[in-house]
Design a protein around this ligand. Structure first.
Ligand SMILES: Cc1ncc(C[n+]2csc(CCOP(=O)(O)OP(=O)(O)O)c2C)c(N)n1
Length: 327
């Protein structure tokens, strides 16, 4: 049958559309893409608890909703607790439905962290996904503890004396690892096959799982909306955002980088780092610092691939290390 209407076209889509088109996200929004990929992979048998933040705001402008799965808006601070309660209630009813919890980095790294930690420690069967756009975007690009070092935000501006944020991006995955949960991973919208695989794994696992998805924000990061995927890919290829997997807190996999790119290639596409290219000594020092952080990631996670493959753009070939369960 040839599709005739928008509805027909939508129904002809091969994958489940848990997040509808027609929401109010900015053009090129990484979160919107990440949430769509997540729900395509999860299918309809999930319920979602969603913290306050961009994703909640742009999908639910009253009286519309872009969600095609049961969805509950939690507070900024308590998504983990709300998801835990939903899971407990479903369990009492004997219903085998996975609970997903969605939050931005503010709702994960900062204000939502206490509830998240409790949810992980109590062992709830919930996949918690952090859509990491590295600042409080919904309220006007304030810095969060996920904002990278030297990035300019409205509360960490770049100027003569200070070159953007003075502190390091919080290593949230190491903190999550300390909870010894069955599965935790990082993913990127630039590698959708890998992202999907990790969503599936997080859902299949019995018990708490955690996924941190690097999600570019054209508005907050200051890049063209057409560059979101390119920027996300360069974050991975430069070593700034390693794609790794943990089981019970131990590193079990890392996506190799076949062509390591200098961090400057990643940074120079973004307005939030433009002060690093002013050519002065301080800027050069900061650039060198960021390069050193990326180099450290590459070393710590052994990210350098042994063979170069210029055709590998999907990176679905996560290297598994000794004695691992395959995904
Ligand atoms: C207790 C509390 N403090 C502050 C706010 C205001 N607020 C709403 S969303 C938001 C930022 C959300 O940032 P993040 O979690 O990173 O998600 P993003 O909007 O970037 O997707 C803030 C500060 C709030 N709703 N509740």
């Amino acid at each position: 049958m040839t599709p005739q209407t928008l509805h027909d076209l939508r129904m002809a889509q091969p994958r489940f559309q848990g997040l509808e088109a027609g929401h109010r996200a900015c053009q090129g929004c990484g979160q919107a893409l990440a949430a769509r990929l997540t729900l395509e992979e999860s299918g309809p048998d999930v319920v979602v608890a969603n913290a306050t933040g961009c994703l909640e705001v742009f999908t639910t402008a009253w009286p519309d909703s872009a969600w095609r799965v049961p969805w509950l808006h939690s507070l900024f601070a308590n998504t983990g607790a709300v998801a835990a309660g939903m899971e407990a209630a479903l369990k009492m009813q004997g219903r085998d439905i996975k609970v997903l919890a969605f939050a931005g980095d503010g709702g994960t790294f900062d204000i939502g962290f206490q509830a998240l930690s409790g949810m992980l420690e109590r062992g709830h069967n919930v996949l918690f996904i952090c859509y990491d756009n590295e600042a409080y975007m919904n309220t006007g690009v304030q810095r969060s503890s996920s904002t990278p070092h030297a990035a300019a935000t409205t509360t960490s501006p770049a100027g003569v004396a200070r070159m953007g944020k003075r502190h390091l991006k919080k290593d949230i995955l190491s903190i999550i690892a300390a909870h010894h949960i069955p599965y935790a991973a990082t993913a990127s919208v630039a590698y959708p096959a890998d992202l999907r695989k990790k969503v599936r794994r997080g859902i299949e696992v019995e018990g708490p799982s955690f996924l941190q998805i690097h999600s570019p924000c054209p508005l907050g990061w200051g890049h063209g909306s057409e560059l979101s995927i390119e920027v996300a890919r360069l974050a991975v290829q430069s070593g700034m955002f390693p794609l790794i997997e943990l089981e019970q807190g131990a590193l079990v996999g890392a996506m190799p980088i076949r062509q390591i790119r200098p961090v400057a290639d990643y940074l120079k596409l973004q307005g939030r780092f433009k002060h690093l290219f002013a050519g002065d000594a301080l800027a050069r020092e900061e650039l060198a610092h960021l390069q050193a952080l990326a180099d450290q990631n590459i070393e710590d996670y052994a990210l350098k691939a042994e063979t170069a493959d210029p055709f590998d753009t999907e990176g679905a070939d996560t290297v598994r290390r000794g004695g691992l369960r395959s995904t």
